[in-house]
Design a protein around this ligand. Structure first.
Ligand code: SAH
Length: 224
């Protein structure tokens, strides 16, 4: 399926019914989700592998990956209402591979996506909370930590100006940023405090190659 066809399919995905501001529930638009999934697929990071979407929300990244022949897709979110919407979205998109929707805190390891496909490697795709809300400043750090502990490659969306931080974080973990690009993240007005109807946020997307797992227990490095 072409990137444009994928984008059309992902345009069926509906956003949050009742978005929670403290969880930073902003959906990734279909064009950026399709771009990210397509890029991951072209790099050989989707087909045959386990794909984990951390902070999956209404599921656009997980569902995109599920159309590209992965061994398995696991999508984690703390919010049951978002996961209900994601399951609805799965029926709309109807990917060939089913998604395992898991309610849980994505930042509390160990998450062990062992089983089918884990031997071929684990890819994390995520648009995590950026930590823009007070009291939540390091939200993306905790998500990167989770990606480092359970995947060998991750794709993540961050707010503008995150490159140094992500490169330093990856370097400290023995990994490296292999690709970086800018993207626009249009934010439709979801919350009463937002003045404009639509605001475009400059975002940055990174592909990080994490060091190989020292264990052979299905890709998880466990506690670090
Ligand atoms: N990945 C989705 C949603 C992005 S919004 C998309 O691209 O459209 C960020 C998501 O992270 C929200 O759904 C929120 O509920 C979830 N989230 C926030 N903190 C979390 C945590 N600690 N563990 C799991 N999910 C979390």
């Amino acid at each position: 399926m072409s990137k444009r066809a994928l984008e059309r399919r992902l345009a069926e995905v509906r956003g949050f019914e009742d978005p929670q501001v403290e969880l930073e529930q902003y959906p990734t638009p279909a064009d950026l989700a399709a771009h990210l999934v397509h890029l991951a697929d072209v790099h050989g990071d989707v087909a045959g592998r386990t794909v984990v979407d951390l902070g999956a929300g209404t599921g656009v990244l997980a569902l995109g990956a599920a159309t590209r022949d992965p061994a398995r897709v696991v999508a984690v979110d703390v919010d049951e209402a978002a996961l209900d919407r994601a399951r609805e979205n799965e029926r709309r998109v109807a990917p060939a591979v089913g998604v395992d929707w898991v309610r849980g805190d994505a930042t509390r390891p160990p998450l062990c996506p062992a089983g089918r496909g884990a031997d071929a490697g684990v890819t994390v795709l995520m648009n995590p909370p950026f930590g823009a809300q007070r009291g939540n400043e390091h939200a993306d750090r905790a998500f990167l930590d989770a990606a480092a502990s359970l995947s060998d490659v991750s794709y993540s969306i961050h707010n503008e100006g995150s490159r140094e931080f992500v490169e330093a974080f990856a370097g400290d973990a023995g990994g490296e940023v292999t690709h970086a690009f800018r993207a626009e993240l249009p934010l439709e007005r979801q919350f009463a405090f937002q003045q404009e109807q639509r605001r475009v946020l400059d975002a940055e997307v990174f592909r990080v190659k994490w060091p190989p797992s020292p264990t052979s227990d299905g890709g998880s490095r466990g506690e670090r």
